[in-house]
Design a protein around this ligand. Structure first.
Ligand code: MG
Length: 159
């Protein structure tokens, strides 16, 4: 069986705000993530995992932060681009495993909605998508509630 594995990692810092864009959802929160695009750290990690599996570099290569076109951009654009590249290369997603690392907000209450959003965008079965959440036990920048980190692994199979 022809399979490819990819992993992605991303971090964005918090800034003052009231709507947190995370894994496609707009979550009411007292902070938002800072970044050139909409700073959806989960979609960035997933996009990087897909590009990695395909051997196509990383999100910054295709969507450089120096490019004004991506200022405030909806990160689903990046994800859809990587997903399209995957189909062009003749692969499909076997499964996604994504871990969101933060103290707040508590992710578990949103993880089903996030899965459903990814299912819709990527046209996958729900049971191929897993979203986990963890903290770093108050240690480090996520422990100090300064931002969110996301790890993502994807497995691709040849169509
Ligand atoms: Mg990013």
């Amino acid at each position: 069986m022809d399979m490819r594995i990819g992993h992605g990692f991303d971090v964005h810092r918090f800034k003052k705000g009231n709507l947190l864009r995370l894994c496609g959802l707009d979550i009411e929160f007292d902070k938002e993530l800072d970044g050139h695009s909409d700073a959806d750290v989960a979609l960035h990690a997933l996009t990087d995992a897909l590009l990695g599996a395909l051997g196509k570099g990383d999100i910054g290569r295709w969507f450089p932060p120096s490019d004004e076109r991506w200022k405030g951009a909806d990160s689903s654009i990046f994800l859809k681009f990587a997903n399209e590249k995957m189909y062009q290369e003749g692969y499909s997603i076997s499964n996604i495993d994504l871990t969101i690392i933060c103290e707040q907000p508590k992710i578990n209450q949103y993880s089903e909605k996030m899965k459903k959003w990814l299912k819709k965008i990527l046209k996958l079965d729900l049971d191929t998508i897993n979203i986990k959440a963890t903290t770093t036990e108050s240690l480090g920048f996520t422990g100090r509630k300064e931002g969110i980190a996301v790890l993502c692994t994807v497995l691709l199979v040849k169509l």
